[in-house]
Every structure is written in C-alpha cells, then in structure tokens.
Design a protein around this ligand. Structure first.
Ligand code: ADP
Ligand code: ZN
Ligand code: ZN
Length: 739
C-alpha cells in the first residue's frame, strides 16, 4: 500500500490520532487540514477532522480502514482556528477529536454543510404599529409586545426573529400576534440595508473622561500587533464604553471584534447597548441558542457579515474573517473555565489566539484574577486603570458587621435589620446576597442528631420548603421531606442554616408591607421569569432583593442603596486556596450593583471573622491592595500563579479502584518527574459524589515548561495502560477547582 494516509482527529475521548486510507475517488493530495471526514469507528460512523496526510501509517497497513467520505472542499476549521485548536490539544493534553469538536457548532459536528442560510426576513413597524406604540394604553397588559415594538422602533432597518429572541418567551409567537394586528410586517429587501441614519437616531456616545481616553488611546495606538491589556476599573467606571470605542476603531479599519462575557454577564442590557452603538448585525453565541441558531450565528461570524461577535466561553473558537480585536469582559469569572470534558480556559485561549493572530487582547474586570495581575507585574500584560466611577459617584463604602455574640434572627443581626428598615423607609431598595438557594442547607433531628445526608454523596440534602422536598445540590437526587426522623421517629425535625427561601420568609415577617424579589436558580427556572423579576426591580420604589450570585453580575440596580452580604464566612475559609479571592471578587461584584451618583450606596458584610486579614485589607484599602496581599500569600505558599498545577482525577464505584489507578499514575510519574512535585493520591474533598468515589493526584511545578515537558511524556503512558475499565479519569491542566 502506498500513497498518503489520512491522520484524523476522531471525537472520542481516546488520546490518539487515527489513521485511515482515503476514500475511493479522492485524491488525498488535494485535501486541506481541517476538512471533515466521515470514518468507520468500531461499529459506528463518526465525523472526524483531518489533521494532516502522512506517507506511512502508524499501524500495519492491512489493519487500516478506509474513510467513507470527505465532507468539505474547504476546511470548516479555518487555518487560524485550526492553529488555536491544535495548540489547545497539546497544552491541555486532551483528545484531539474532542478538542476539535468543541470548536464547532453541533450541527457541523453532525455533518451539516457549512453554508450560509437563506437570508432570514427582517421585521419592521407599520404605521399603525407606530401609532399603537405612541398611544401606549393598548399595551399596558402586554409588556412583551410593548418591548418588541420598542425594539423595532429603534431599528428602522428591521430585525430578524433571531435578533428579537431575547425580548420575550417566544419571539416568533409575539411577532405572529403583532402581525395579526397589522402592527409589524416583513420588510422589503431594499429596506434591509443598514440604515446610515440609524446611528445618529440612536444614542450618541458620551465624551470620554480622561482615564477612559487614556485607555482607548493606549490600545488604539497599536492595533496591528499582539499585546494584552488588563483594563482594571471599578464597576461603573466605563469599561464597556472603552470596549465600544475600540471596537468602533477596529470596525473602521474593516476588521471584526470578538467579545467574550460570562453567561450571566451577557445580559439583554449589554446586547442592547452593543446593538445601539454598533452597525450591522451582531452575532451572539450563548447557551440559550438552539443548534440552528448557533450555526447561523457562527456563519455570520465566519462570513464577516457580523462585524462583532459576542459570546460566552466557547465563542473563543468563533471563526472570524478579518479578526482585529478580542475583548474578555469580567476576565476573572470562573465560568470561563470549562469544568468537564475538554477543560480549557477561554480567557487563556483568547490570549493565545490574539498572539497567533497578532492582534490586541483586552481583559477587563473590576476584580482581575490574581493570575492576570501577576502577569502585569512581570511585564507580560499592560495595565490600564479606570479608578473612578463615571460621573464622580463614589464607590460604596464597605462596613464589616461583627456577628460574634450578636443575637440573630434566622441569620440576620439586629443592626443589619435596622439598617434595612431605615433604607426601606426612604423608599429605597435593599439587596441581600446569600449564595445558597433553598430554605436551609440541612434538616436535622433535635432528638437524636440525625442529618439529611444524601445517599449518594458526602453532602447534606438541602431543604426546599416551597417544593416540600429535600434536594442534593451535588447529584440532583431528591425526595419528599421526612415527616419524622428516619432514625428515632421523633417529629422534631429542624432546618439548620440559611438559604434564600428562608431569608425571604424572615424578611416577609419583618417587613410585611414591602415587596420582595427573590432571584436565584429556583425562582427563575421558567423562561422569561428572570426578565419580569428584573423589570419589577427596575420600575423602582421600595423593594427588597434577595439573591445568589445570579444577582452579582451584569445587572445594574440604580435604586439599591444598601447591599447586605449575609454570610461572608463560607468564602473566607473554603477548602480551596482560591476561596478568599473568589469571595473578594463576589463581594465587590455585589457591591457594584448598588447606588448611583445622586444616591450613594453602602455595603454591609456580616461575618464571624471580622479580623480576617484579607477581608480587612479588602474593606479598608480596596481590591488592588487585597490582590497584592493575596499574591504575597500565594508566593509564600508557592501556589499559583507562582506555580503551575495539573490535577489527575479518578472516580469509580469503589474507593480503592480509583486509588489504584492513581497509584499506577504515580508509579509511572516518579521516574520522569524531575522538578515536578507529586501530591497524593488523596481522596477528593468530597470523596463520594453521585454514588462514586473520587480521588486525585496533584502535580505541581514552579515552571510551566517543566510541568508540560513532564505531561508530554506522562500522558501517553497513562493512556497506554490497560487501565481498569471501571475507573473514569481525567486530566485537568491549570485546574481552577481542586476537587
Ligand atoms: P463598566 O462597564 O465599567 O461597569 P460602563 O461602561 O457600563 O461601566 O459605564 C457605566 C455607565 O456610565 C453607563 O451607563 C455608561 O453609558 C455611562 N458612561 C460611560 N462612560 C461615560 C462617559 N465618559 N460619560 C458619561 N457617561 C458614561
Ligand atoms: Zn432522630
Ligand atoms: Zn447527592
């Protein structure tokens, strides 16, 4: 057998490239890397990606199978995405096929042609629709219709259903209803040209303040080469405005911009602001899209029709015809790290992509990750500072409220309740933050001490009173609340600790006449419910907001003048060395929701650890000082960013199966682990989860190259083991969570 062999990345977890013979009637010499290939794989057919052609196979030629078909003339993975993905698979030491697949929309993984869809019609207001909108009265009972008409009124060039989908639960049904009334119509194609006057009709940009102007100038001066800028600016300091100006500058040169944001940061307000200010369609990629919408957005980006692409984590792989700038908003957010399968960090890949493309990358945050600040200190990133809120409003002062020996009403101290009352009495809004949904994290027996343990996890089941169920937040198992103790049959079962539901109950008792909005995953499960909760808050007036970290990001609540952090202690003494960093970021993020220039806000933190040194630094000297102190602790302990880590996790039905695998890994590692510390195997902090035992082996080195040289040798050896099939294992490079 002579002639080229196809080396194919097949989407299976196996850490191997697979060799195939080219299909009949296919000249392998014309194939470009990145085309899709349909191949036989075991008894199945899978769609893989051509990595390269080779003269000789790595297996005996007669063992080679023939690929069924090549699906593309032109690669679905453009050369630059191919380079990024290829880099990522080597760095994360993950299955090439899975890494390639992660870079593509599902429909392309399934073999759909990668061609642009028929142009979707755009919808616009009719004259009667404009009249109805102006009249207003008709719509009072149909806020979603009102919102849709409002949106169309701002877009004389018309909007597609896709662009309207965040307006209501079902934008297609809304449009149908409004068309029935004769208020909207599909526009004739010539009206769909971008309207050159639409920008002046929209919001005109504010004049930049001096800090913003300096930040914009620093990046704009150098748009043709790779450089990473860390834009550190308190909430409301005008970071988004800086992004918008730079995006405009990039678009003016005929280039595209890619903006990454955390899932919950990607709010309708943010998207509206982008749409108002930037010309042309926006390609939006987030988890709420169906497969078809995702492919369409991907194609808009690839074909350069959308000049701006906004998306969550996986949008880092969005194709761009003319890339000019990458922005990562809220760059510290943990959601940029994928926690299963191919465990990449989208911020880190964004930086690599910028480097490969030779374009600037902006990382923005009010509370930058310690890794990013460290990169500023060692000269890798350039710091741009926006130290003040726009319009001079000051950052809210933060007070520590010492809970020791205070009588508590369901977790709330008297002084906090009094302050809440005072703010409400002035018809202002108060936000209480508690990062724990449900009524109480445990139910226990006052008679014998029984606890509502999950049968499958080393964890307690959370009491959800509304649903009247005990639910494990780790494995999802649930059951009705016990009427009596399963051990001693006592009926004296009591909830222990606080969740948002319980907080809501106590506040209803304390402030019976005040409206309360609880915003957490339970209260927002129905589509559209978050929007209506937020609309009620924005309507203004006296109100209590209770929420988990869903409330912490993206939204702005101008009428909130008091923020209470109900329980800071969990975060301060978490098992993970990143716990205090996370807590500080969360506190400032929540604090940033409050106040505006004419109504300054206050933040109160309830804690039993009022003297915690990092908390004190944060409160008295702000985030930069906190970050410095926290970095000093990391340096003293030689933890990231002063070391590099990888985590080998294993899980199995029996604890010793998992441990045996890790011991094998350890034995393979020891002879080659020069400069690499091997810690473990040890049980995971939550050893049993969803009925499986979990253990881990932590690898740490002071230099990235040392660790990666080791992983290059070690990972293939791990895969070559005939490992116990009952064990599931994974390698996490740069783990963000050590469990
Ligand atoms: P951040 O992204 O840092 O939270 P934003 O860019 O959203 O800040 O700015 C906060 C608010 O201030 C927004 O309403 C924005 O429109 C407004 N704003 C931003 N820059 C200016 C400016 N230079 N002059 C007036 N208003 C501004
Ligand atoms: Zn009991
Ligand atoms: Zn469980």
């Amino acid at each position: 057998m002579s002639g080229p062999i196809l080396r194919v990345a097949v989407p299976s977890p196996l850490y191997r490239i697979f060799d195939y013979l080219p299909p009949d009637n296919q000249d392998p010499n014309t194939l470009k890397p990145g085309v899709r290939v349909r191949v036989p794989f075991g008894r199945r057919q899978l769609i893989g990606f051509l990595l390269e052609t080779a003269e000789r196979a790595e297996v005996a030629p007669d063992a080679l199978k023939k690929a069924h078909a090549v699906l593309d003339a032109e690669p679905v993975l453009s050369a630059d995405i191919f380079a990024l993905v290829d880099w990522a698979r080597r760095y994360y030491h993950h299955s090439a096929g899975e890494v390639f697949a992660a870079a593509l929309p599902v429909l392309l993984r399934q073999g759909e042609p990668a061609t642009a869809p028929v142009k979707a019609p755009r919808w616009g207001l009719t004259a009667t629709g404009q009249a109805a909108l102006a009249g207003g009265a008709l719509l009072r009972r149909a806020p979603a219709q009102q919102a849709l008409l409002d949106r169309l009124a701002h877009h004389p060039e018309g909007l597609s259903l896709e662009a309207l989908r965040d307006v209501g639960r079902d934008s297609a049904a809304l449009v149908r209803a409004l068309r029935g009334k004769g208020w909207v119509e599909p526009l004739a194609p010539q009206a769909q040209q971008p309207d050159p006057t639409s920008k002046s009709a929209g919001v005109s940009p504010p004049a930049l303040n001096a800090d913003q102007a300096a930040a914009v100038a620093a990046v704009a001066a150098d748009l043709d080469r790779f450089q990473v800028f860390l834009l550190e600016g308190v909430t409301g300091s005008g970071k988004t405005e800086v992004y918008l100006r730079l995006i405009e500058a990039v678009l003016a040169r005929g280039r595209q911009a890619l903006v990454l944001a955390p899932e919950i940061g990607l709010t309708p307000q943010l998207l509206d602001r982008f749409r108002e200010r930037l010309p042309g369609p926006l390609a939006v990629l987030h988890s709420g899209l169906n497969d078809r919408e995702r492919l369409n957005a991907w194609l808009l980006a690839r074909d350069g029709i959308a000049q701006v692409v906004v998306g969550t984590r996986s949008a880092v792989f969005a194709p761009l015809r003319e890339p000019g700038l990458i922005v990562v908003d809220e760059e510290h957010d943990p959601s940029f790290k994928q926690q299963e399968g191919f465990r990449y960090h989208a911020r880190d890949l964004a930086v690599i992509r910028g480097q490969q493309l030779g374009i600037p990358v902006i990382l923005g945050s009010a509370t930058p990750a310690l890794e990013s600040r460290h990169n500023v200190q060692r000269g890798r990133y350039r710091l741009l500072n926006l130290p003040e809120r726009v319009g001079g409003g000051s950052e809210p002062p933060i007070e520590i409220l010492d809970l020791r020996r205070q009588p508590l009403t369901e977790g709330l101290s008297r002084p906090l309740l009094e302050r809440i009352g005072a703010h409400l009495a002035r018809d202002e809004q108060v936000l209480l933050f508690l990062n724990r949904r449900g009524y109480a994290p445990v139910l226990f027996c006052h008679e014998c001490g029984w606890l509502s343990q999950c049968r499958h996890c080393d964890a307690r089941m959370t009491l959800h009173l509304r649903q009247h169920r005990l639910i494990c937040h780790h494995c999802g198992d649930q059951r009705p609340v016990d009427a009596a103790c399963p051990l001693c049959e006592s009926a004296d079962l009591r909830p222990l600790g606080q969740g948002t539901e319980r907080l809501e109950n106590v506040l209803r008792r304390e402030f019976p006449e005040v409206e309360i909005s609880r915003i957490d995953r339970d209260s927002t499960r129905r589509r559209g419910s978050l929007e209506s909760l937020l609309a009620a808050v924005r309507a203004g007036g006296r109100r209590l907001l209770i929420g988990t970290q869903m409330l912490a990001k993206g939204h702005h609540f101008p009428d909130v003048t008091l923020v209470g952090i109900v329980d800071a202690d969990q975060g301060l003494y978490g098992i993970d060395f990143r716990a205090s960093e996370r807590m500080a970021q969360l506190i400032l993020q929540v604090a940033g929701r409050a106040g505006r220039s004419d109504k300054p806000g206050t933040v109160i933190i309830q804690t039993h650890q009022p003297d915690h040194p990092l908390l004190r630094v944060l409160v008295t000297r702000g985030y930069p000082a906190f970050a410095e102190a926290a970095l000093a602790e990391r340096l003293a302990a030689l933890l990231p960013p002063f070391a590099c880590q990888a985590l080998l996790r294993a899980e199995a039905a029996e604890a010793d199966q998992a441990t045996a695998f890790l011991k094998l890994g350890l034995a393979l590692a020891e002879p080659i682990a020069e400069g690499v510390e091997l810690l473990g195997p040890a049980p995971a902090p939550m050893e049993r989860r969803a009925g499986r035992y979990r253990a881990q082996l932590l690898l740490q080195a002071s230099h990235r190259q040392t660790l990666h040289r080791f992983l290059d040798l070690w990972t293939p050896q791990l895969w070559a083991q005939r490992a116990d099939r009952r064990v599931r294992w994974s390698l996490d490079v740069d783990p963000m969570e050590l469990y």
